[in-house]
Design a protein around this ligand. Sequence first.
Ligand code: KIV
Ligand code: ZN
Length: 530
Amino acid sequence: MKTNPERIIIFDTTLRDGEQCPGATLNIEEKLTIAKQLARLGVDIIEAGFAFASPGDFEAVSKIAQVVGTEDGPVICSLARAKQDDIKAAAAAIKPAAKGRIHTFLATSDIHLKYKLRKTREEVLSIAEEMVAYAKTFTHDIEFSPEDAGRSDPEFLYQVLERVIAAGATTVNIPDTVGYTTPSEFGGLIKGIKANVPNIDQAVISVHGHNDLGLAVANFLEAVKNGARQLECTINGIGERAGNAALEELVMALHVRRQYFNPFLGRDVDSEAALTNIDTKQIYKTSRLVSNLTGMLVQPNKAIVGTNAFAHESGIHQDGVLKNKLTYEIMDAQSIGLTENQIVLGKHSGRNAFRTRLKELGFEMSENDLNKAFVRFKEVADKKKEITDWDLEALVNDEIQQTPDLFKLEMVQVSCGSNASPTATVTLRNPEGVELTDAAIGTGPVDAVYKAINRVVNVPNNLIEFSVQSVTAGIDAIGEVTIRLKYEEKIYSGRSANTDIIVASAQAYVNALNKLYGALLGKQKQQITA
Ligand code: KIV
Ligand code: ZN
C-alpha cells in the first residue's frame, strides 16, 4: 500500500471495535457472513477481531483470513496489545490471508500512562518501538496506534510516531479514544503530525474515533483535509459507548461532496473519480445485515441508513420533490442501494422468480437456505397477497441468521383480550429431538409466551430489549421482532419476521435462547477438555 494513496482507504472495524459494544456479540458464522458482505462493499481492510482475546476471537479472525482474505480481497487485520503474546496470536490468526496486517497499540496520554499502564514516557517509547519491530518479523504490514492520542501531549506523540515508523510501522493510526476532540483540534493534530514527524512520509496516516460528543465523522473529515488517508469506521457507527465513526456517513460525505474534498487530495475540483473504493450501492444491504445479526437497531433518523433518511413528510417538501428531486434531496436513495419498495412477487410466483429476484437484490444463498426461504415465502404469500422487496429481505434475513438449531419452536398459541388472563401454550423440540409442551400466564401475550418458553428451556436470563417494527405499511404487514437478553453480563440477540407478531416474538426469543444455550454448551465442552 502506498504511503500517500490518491484515494481514501477504508478500514472497517465493525467486527472488532464494533463488536465490542454491549450486546453486539456475534458468533463465528455471523462474523464470516458480515466479513463476506464487507468484501462486497469494497472495504480495503477488515479488522476481523482481537485474536489473543479468546479462542473464539482467534478462530473468527483465522476463518475470515482464510475465506475472505483472498488475493483480490481485502487486507485482514487483527488487533494486538503491544505485548509479544498478543502479537504472536495476531500473526498466527491472519496467516491464511493473502494480505495480512497486525495492528498493535499502546496508550500515550499522561492519564493512561499514570493510572493504567503505570509507565514512564521513556518506557512507553521503547516498548512501542520494540513491539513494532517484533510484529515486523511476521509481516511487513504493521499499524501502530498511540491509544488516547486525542488527549496525548503532541510533542510526545511526535516522538512515539517517529520511533515506530523507524521500527517498521507502515500505518500510524491516531485514535480519539474517548471522543473528546473537536473537528478543528483533530484536524490540527493531524496537521501537526505531518509537520513535525520527520519520517511521516514513510507511513499512511489513519484516524480512529469514538462518538461520545457526536463529532467522530466531522473530526475525520477535518483529518482528511489535513492529510489523513485511512479512516477507521464501523457499519451503522456501532462500537464502544456512543460508537465509532459511521462508515456510511463518511463514505457518502466524501461521495456527495467530492468537489469540496477533491483539492485536499490533489485532484481537480471537478474530478468525478471516486474518493473511496466503496460500492455505495451495497451500503443499505450491509447496514441491514449488521443490524439484523447484532440485534442493534438503527434509529429511524440515522443519517444515510435510517428508515426516514429519504422520507419526505412535510407537504412543502413533498411538493418540491415531486416537481424536482433536487429541491430537497442531496443524494439519490438508489445510490446506497435502497430499492423502490415495489411489489415483486405473489402467491403464484415460483421458485425461479423467487431465486431471480433474490439474486437481483444481491443475496447469495446456499441451495439449502434458498429452499428454506422459499417455504417461508410461500407461507407468507398465502397470508399476504403482495410480497415486496422489503418483505423478501426480511424473510431472507431470517434464514441467513446463524442461530444454532438446538431448540425448535413447533407450536405457539395464545389466548388474550379484555377480561382475560393472557395465557400461552408452546411446544418446542429439544436438542435431543423430544417434543415438550408447557403453558404460562403473563401480563400480556408476549410475556405469557416467553414465560412458557422459559419453562421448557429452563435457562435463567434477563430480557433487556424487545422491539417490533413493521417492514411495510398495511394491516397485513410483516412484523420484525428483535430482542436482546442478558446472561452473566453477556448479551444475546435474536430476530424473526412474520405476519403474526406473536409467532415472530416467540421465534426471536427461541433464536436468542439458542445462541445462549449454544454458548453454554461450548463453555461446558471447553471445561471438560481443559
Ligand atoms: O479507541 C481506540 O483507541 C482503539 C484503539 C485500539 C485503536 O480502539
Ligand atoms: Zn476504538
